[in-house]
Design a binder for this molecule. Structure first.
Ligand code: ZN
Length: 198
């Protein structure tokens, strides 16, 4: 058996995000393309104990195929919409505190510029003004999917859901994680800089 199947990689990514403190209390979820289907983390699982068996297969709309032992995350539909719209192969949803606070401070979009870490999300370190979109939260996943997709900016691999957390994506799981780490750093940075100015 392969030690690095897409399901293994998905589980490993979830455990890593948990260790970074972004998947507390079973929150957060990760998805990755696996051929024509999507794999997404199961609902309600403590992410520190994620295993390949917790990867739930769905179609491209996030609807799970029958006969699987676990239910997919409630947010599967949002992941599926992001992967379709962005052409990315992997998406991450975490309740990173920095993203929630930044969205509360800048509800119309989180502005950032002139800092080296912007290169981590594919932008310029100097003279490049980036605004990370913010959308309102919803408990209706169809509604939330539509809001996120409409807010997506081709130059920013992230949308923040206010009072909730962030979605970020990349060409594979590794890139999606790298970008999430950069985004968390950037949100911390703009918040601390803003506090200095007060
Ligand atoms: Zn969430």
């Amino acid at each position: 058996m392969s030690t690095d199947s897409p399901a293994d990689a998905l589980a490993r990514t979830g455990r890593r995000l948990y260790e970074l403190g972004w998947m507390r209390g079973t929150s957060g979820n990760v998805s990755v393309r696996d051929g024509a289907r999507l794999l997404i983390t199961a609902s309600g699982v403590d992410k520190s104990s994620l295993e390949a068996a917790h990867a739930v297969a769905t179609d491209e709309r996030g609807v799970p195929s029958a006969g699987q032992p676990h239910r997919p995350s409630a947010e599967a539909e949002v992941h599926a919409a992001i992967l379709r719209a962005s052409k990315a192969n992997a998406a991450i949803h975490v309740h990173a505190l920095s993203s929630v606070i930044a969205a509360a401070r800048w509800p119309d979009g989180v502005p950032m510029s002139d800092v080296e870490q912007l290169k981590g999300i594919g932008r310029g370190a100097h003279g490049d003004r980036v605004v990370v979109p913010v959308v309102a939260n919803s408990q209706d996943m169809a509604d939330l999917s539509e809001r996120v997709v409409q807010a997506m900016d081709t130059g920013v691999p992230c949308v923040i859901v206010a009072e909730h957390g962030l979605y970020a994506w990349g060409s594979d799981l590794g890139e999606a994680v790298d970008r999430t780490e950069s985004l968390d750093w950037l949100f911390e940075y703009v918040l601390r800089l803003d506090a200095l100015d007060r």
